[in-house]
Design a protein around this ligand. Structure first.
Ligand SMILES: [Zn+2]
Ligand SMILES: [Zn+2]
Length: 81
């Protein structure tokens, strides 16, 4: 039986991938430059809805504040993480 989770557009190893990228950037938010371990989100530079990928080249760590700002700034019809 195949069971599709609602977040199935994220790859199986998403959690691993996240941490690998956070570590790669030393847990520093790429917007404000602050050390934000524990408060980091992974942001898609090009949203998945616009043809972006889950490849690490398309992903940067942002703290929750900057991430919110970033998405308010680039308001689109569809909310994309
Ligand atoms: Zn930040
Ligand atoms: Zn985002």
């Amino acid at each position: 039986m195949t069971y599709k989770r609602p977040d199935s557009r994220y790859p199986e190893n998403w959690n691993k991938l996240r941490w690998a990228i956070f570590k790669e950037y030393d847990f520093i938010c790429q917007k404000c430059g602050r050390y934000k371990k524990g408060d980091l989100h992974l942001h898609h530079k090009t949203p998945l809805g616009l043809g972006g990928t889950n490849h690490k080249d398309n992903l940067i760590p942002l703290c929750s504040k900057c991430h919110m700002k970033e998405h308010k700034l680039n308001k689109r019809k569809r909310y994309v993480r």
